[in-house]
Design a protein around this ligand. Structure first.
Ligand SMILES: *Cc1c(COP(=O)(O)O)cnc(C)c1O
Length: 474
């Protein structure tokens, strides 16, 4: 028996080649010209509906026509996270080699779940995880890790592991500590895991936005007296707001003394280890039981790619191994890792490939230079803002993040006026679509936040954006 021609979902060889070349051409064109496009997309649900909404079509449309529709009506309505003037949230600079690696991984539809299914995919994940383990000073032999869809999944995977190792099945009295600057994905993970609100301690931060250590110690003592079971301390290595790194060495000592799991969320900031002063700032990171880093942020990988590293790979397999009958035959020996036993997903895409190909192609040195460039650019921007009489630096350049506000010395504006003015500046800039620059709130003040992790952003780009802000202010 043979499926009908149309039921095989195939194109002819010639069509496949033409189609592939068109896709590559479109990606290359985007890569070369993205800086000339507007980084901000704006469209309402009504507008998008009127462009795209239709019933699932029974009849075919030519591949070229569908492709053209997508290039006209879909791609232009997405923010360009890799644009040199995309400063907000955490940009996604990405790189072309990794994008092509993703195309290969998808084109071959590699199943990256178990050793037997693709020994090479598992091997590349082991190798690239080892590169990261050694970068962070984690134990070479015992250490382990897994690539995930992103930082949120890496944090969830870490906290499930922490709970399993520290609490086993009974976590009714377990308590977790994190600062009020920790990323929201951690709270989401804790809630997903079924913890009640009263099991979460949000510890205030000091004026530098770091863990208030005394408040943490007091909270742990108080909880023990009240019969709670402290089990996990979660630090940030690069808070998303200000780039602040918590006092990792001090917190590690507290975790050790109190027998707490020590998780570090370095989703965006972890890559700072590649720069000279970043390595200094991240001192103590090697003491974590588990560490989240997000290659799809500052390791310049395209979405989706997060990573969890652990000091002992057995913690992951001990937490996530479930062997149903139909997987018994494909288990392999203990050095042949089945990554489905190290995390939540069974079917997994081949994420390691892009990391491997981009690091091999450019060399780690190029990545170090890129991260160092980001550090230097942010510090240069700080010094320019400090010299100006119009701008106030609210939180200094830290891990390539800077927060500042428009506050001309000669105008004596009230806090309320300043908040309103800076909100207006941001709205003006975003609505112009020339740059993505939104506000955040620090100590109750509305400030502009720039995350400068794109190595293609130039000082001239930032100066143009600051000039645009000034024109909006006036
Ligand atoms: C971005 C970020 C996350 C979430 O990662 P996703 O990849 O978006 O899921 C978690 N923690 C920190 C500190 C982050 O910056």
């Amino acid at each position: 028996m043979e499926a009908k021609d149309t039921a095989r979902l195939e194109l002819s060889e010639e069509q496949m080649r033409d189609y592939g070349y068109k896709v590559v051409d479109a990606i290359v064109e985007h890569h070369l010209n993205q800086h000339k496009k507007k980084p901000v997309a704006q469209a309402s649900r009504e507008e998008m509906d009127s462009l795209l909404r239709e019933h699932a079509p029974e009849a075919p449309t030519s591949a070229d026509e569908v492709f053209d529709t997508v290039m006209e009506k879909v791609m232009p309505f997405t923010n360009i996270m890799s644009h040199p003037k995309f400063y907000s949230f955490v940009p996604g600079p990405s790189n072309y080699v990794s994008a092509m690696a993703d195309a290969l991984a998808t084109g071959f539809n590699v199943f990256s779940g178990g050793w037997a299914a693709s020994p090479a995919a598992a091997e590349l994940e082991i190798i690239t995880i080892n590169w990261l383990l050694s970068l962070y000073g984690f134990p070479k032999k015992r250490g382990g890790g897994i690539f995930t869809s992103g930082g949120s999944m890496a944090n969830l995977t870490a906290l499930i592991t922490a709970r399993n190792i520290k609490c086993g099945d009974d976590f009714s009295k377990a308590v977790i500590y994190l600062s009020d600057q920790a990323h929201s994905s951690n709270i989401k993970a804790i809630r997903v895991m079924g913890f009640r609100k009263e099991q979460i301690r949000l510890i205030p931060t000091d004026i530098e936005f770091k863990f208030a250590i005394n408040k943490l110690k007091n909270a742990i003592n108080k909880d023990r007296l009240a019969g709670w079971k402290p089990f996990c301390l979660l630090a940030s290595a690069g808070t998303t707001n200000t780039g602040t790194v918590d006092q990792l060495t001090e917190l590690a000592a507290i975790a050790k003394a109190e027998d707490l799991w020590f998780h570090i969320d370095g989703a965006y900031g972890g890559a700072a280890i590649l720069a000279k002063n970043g390595k200094q700032l991240l001192k103590g990171v090697e003491k974590a039981d588990s560490l989240t880093v997000d290659p799809h942020k500052w390791f310049y990988q395209p979405y989706e790619m997060g990573c969890l590293l652990v000091r002992n790979h057995k913690w992951l397999s001990g937490t996530f191994t479930e062997v149903p009958e139909y997987l018994k035959d494909v288990e392999g020996n203990s050095s042949e890792i089945n990554f489905y036993d190290h995390g939540i997903q069974l079917t997994r895409r081949f994420r390691a490939l892009k990391f491997y190909m981009s690091i091999k192609t450019f060399g780690l040195k190029a990545f170090r230079e890129a991260v160092q460039y980001n550090f230097d650019l942010c510090e240069k921007v700080e010094s320019i803002l400090r010299k100006s009489k119009k701008w106030e630096v609210v939180s200094p350049a830290t891990l390539a993040v800077i927060n500042f506000r428009y506050n001309p010395i000669d105008q004596n504006l009230s806090e309320q006026e300043l908040d309103a003015l800076n909100t207006k500046i941001s709205e003006g800039v975003v609505n112009s679509r020339e740059a993505m620059l939104v506000t955040t709130i620090l100590n109750g003040q509305t400030v502009l936040r720039m995350c400068l992790i794109n190595p293609r952003t130039t000082l001239a780009d930032v100066e143009e954006t600051i000039a645009l802000c000034e024109s909006m202010a006036e």
